[in-house]
Design a protein around this ligand. Structure first.
Ligand code: NAD
Length: 387
């Protein structure tokens, strides 16, 4: 195979963007677009051009055997059944974030993929390709900050209007979307958080439901977490603040790093802080520090396209690396699920978490939903019928 035949499933906001990204990749050929909204599928094949075919159901798409890989860009609940069917049909899967709504659904996808090791399974975590994030990860892994004592990440620059939430009947409902800011806006940061620091072993959250919007899911979250080595973290997110903040602070035994507004600043201590604390004879000491602005490379290309291009290359060359492997996606979902469970039940949640309890809670939320919308009901019915 010298060109990978690509199908895009779901051509709404994100899937429409993928059309041009795929068209820009020399080793890829966009051959199919699938959307249950027939008019949308028909319209987008015109944009795709070059004989790209329209499909109105994934069953028809898979039966046509015309694609090597699919990009799944549909509402979250459908990620699981569609990815599983794709694997069963011998198709490589690049799935939009989040991998799934729940940890248990993510596990089903990972288990099915394990039965087809010849297929690639990747996730659209394009923020991992940003040079600033790659640099921070490299500095953490290289021990530049010493032993990490505490991390704080405030990500409140995800402002969304009521009109945004009203724009799709699946949005911001338990049945249609499965959650709010933790499931839709934040998966990138939940992924980066675990990519940088690993998963904590317990979380305690406060979660506000519809604090800023007329929605039934969370739009404001404040989480405290603890890691196995005793270090701690805070993760704050909201879709109700403007302009909001995106500020990551890492306190380590060699100083404090702050990443904000695209600038990585590091105030480095002359000595290891723990060592200094134990050995200095002074009661109110201070230590020499110096400020560094850490340089990093300029980003090249479009981030989503970079992820897809790496995926296409990995389909052609099984040794090539993906930006994010499918199995990694379960971590950010578990992190978000644990936060939501903790906040709604006012309990501390250990990680690994109890998935059965989470699934039962979600089913209750769906049952008691005040938004009985057609699309929302359909998602859950489909999900329950399939698995
Ligand atoms: N990586 C990113 O930066 C990013 C950004 C936005 C959205 N997303 C993700 O993309 C996905 C879609 O979000 P969106 O904002 O584009 O939603 P959207 O509502 O704009 O589009 C979803 C499309 O999927 C279609 N669809 C629904 N069920 C389907 C099915 N079973 N089979 C085929 N088509 C189906 C709908 O008709 C619609 O056209 C979500 O998972 C979201 O989290 C990712």
């Amino acid at each position: 195979m010298d060109k990978v035949k690509v199908g895009i499933i779901g051509v709404g906001n994100m899937g429409s963007g993928h059309i041009n990204f795929v068209k820009n990749i020399p080793q890829a050929e966009l051959v199919a677009i699938c959307d249950i909204d027939q008019a949308k599928a028909d319209e987008k094949v015109q944009v795709a051009g070059n004989g790209c075919r329209a499909f109105y159901s994934t069953d028809d798409l898979f039966a046509a055997k015309c694609v090597d890989m699919v990009i799944i860009a549909v509402p979250h609940y459908f990620h699981t059944p569609i990815a599983i069917e794709a694997f069963r049909n011998g198709i490589h899967v690049l799935c939009e974030k989040p991998i799934a709504v729940t940890k248990s659904d993510a596990q089903k996808m990972i288990d099915e993929h394990a039965k087809h090791p010849e297929l690639r399974f990747g996730l659209m975590f394009q923020q991992r390709t940003l040079e600033a994030h790659r640099k921070i990860k490299k500095l953490i892994e290289g021990g530049e900050f010493g032993r990490i004592l505490r991390v704080n990440w405030t990500v409140t620059d995800w402002f969304r209007s009521q009109s945004y939430y009203d724009s799709g009947s699946w949005r911001a409902t338990w049945g249609g979307e499965g959650g709010g800011v933790l499931l839709n806006q934040c998966p990138h940061h939940l992924d980066l958080f675990q990519w940088f620091f690993g998963l904590p072993v317990k979380v305690r959250s406060t979660v506000s439901i519809g604090k800023y919007h007329d929605i039934e899911v969370e739009d404001d979250v404040n989480t405290y977490c603890e890691f196995a080595d005793g270090s701690t973290g805070n993760f704050i997110t909201s879709t109700g603040e403007f302009p909001g903040t995106n500020r990551l602070e890492i306190s380590g035994t060699r100083g404090r790093m702050v990443f904000e507004e695209g600038v990585i600043k590091f105030r480095r201590t002359e000595e290891d802080v723990n060592e200094f604390c134990r050995t200095t004879p002074e009661s109110f000491p201070s230590m020499t520090t110096w400020d560094i602005e850490i340089p990093y490379k300029k980003d090249v290309g479009q981030p989503h396209q970079n992820v897809t291009e790496a995926f296409v290359k990995a389909v052609l060359d099984p040794k090539a690396k993906l930006v994010a492997e499918g199995w990694e996606g379960i971590r950010s979902v578990e992190f978000g699920n644990a936060m939501l469970y903790s906040g709604l039940n006012k309990v501390e949640v250990p990680i690994p978490m109890d998935t059965a309890k989470y699934d039962a809670m979600l089913q209750d939320l769906i049952k008691n939903s005040r938004f009985k919308k057609k699309e929302a009901k359909k998602s859950v019915v489909d999900m329950n019928n399939s698995f």
